[in-house]
Design a protein. Structure first.
Length: 190
C-alpha cells in the first residue's frame, strides 16, 4: 500500500508540476501577446505621428510655395504696370514736347445786353444811385448795400430781410429770397 501511495503522490506531484508548467507557459504567452500588442500600438502611434508630421510639413511647404508664387506674381505684375506707365508717361512727355504751343484764348467778353446801361427808378435809386448803370453793376451795388447793412437772414442766408429803403423795391414784402429779388428788381429798371 505504501508503494501505491508513493506512486499516487508522485502522480499528483507530476500533475501539479505539469499544471504549473502549463500555467507558466500560458502566462508567458499572455505576456508575449501583451508585449507584441504594445509594440504594435507604439509602432502605429509612431507611424501615425510621422505621417501627420510629414503631412503638416508638406502642407506648410505647399502653402509657403503658393504664397511665394502669388507674391512674386503680384510683384512682377506691379513692376510691369509701373514700367508700362513710365513708358507711356515718357511717350506723352515726348509727344507734348513735339506739339507746338497752343494759342492763348482771349478772355470771354460779356454780351452787349448785360453791359447796356439801365436807368433805376426812384425807389431803386435810393439804394443804388440815380445814374444809369449796367445790370451787372446794379446787382453788385445791391449786394454791397445788403452786406453793408447786414440784411441777410441770420439762419437762412438765402433770405434777405428788407429795411425801410428796400421795402418799396420788394413790393412791400418784409422777407424775400435771392431768386425772387432779381425778378422784383427788374420791375424797377427802364
Amino acid at each position: 500500500m505504501a508503494a501505491r501511495r508513493r506512486k499516487a503522490t508522485k502522480r499528483r506531484k507530476a500533475t501539479k508540476r505539469k499544471a504549473t508548467k502549463r500555467k507558466a507557459t500560458k502566462r508567458r504567452k499572455a505576456t508575449k501577446r501583451k508585449a507584441t500588442k504594445r509594440r504594435k500600438a507604439t509602432k502605429r502611434k509612431k507611424t501615425t505621428k510621422r505621417r501627420k508630421a510629414t503631412k503638416r510639413k508638406k502642407t506648410t511647404k505647399r502653402r509657403k510655395a503658393t504664397k511665394r508664387k502669388k507674391t512674386t506674381k503680384r510683384r512682377k505684375a506691379t513692376k510691369r504696370k509701373k514700367a508700362t506707365k513710365r513708358k507711356k508717361a515718357t511717350k506723352r512727355k515726348k509727344a507734348a514736347k513735339r506739339k507746338p504751343a497752343k494759342k492763348k484764348r482771349a478772355k470771354r467778353k460779356p454780351s452787349a445786353a448785360f453791359m447796356k446801361p439801365v436807368q433805376p427808378d426812384a425807389a431803386l435809386a435810393a439804394v443804388v444811385g440815380s445814374n444809369p448803370v449796367p445790370r451787372t453793376e446794379l446787382t453788385k451795388k445791391l449786394w454791397a448795400y445788403i452786406k453793408r447793412n447786414n440784411l441777410q437772414h441770420p439762419t437762412n442766408r438765402r433770405n434777405i430781410v428788407a429795411d425801410a429803403k428796400l421795402k418799396p423795391v420788394f413790393g412791400g414784402r418784409g422777407v424775400v429770397t435771392m431768386f425772387e429779388m432779381t425778378k422784383l428788381v427788374n420791375k424797377h429798371v427802364r
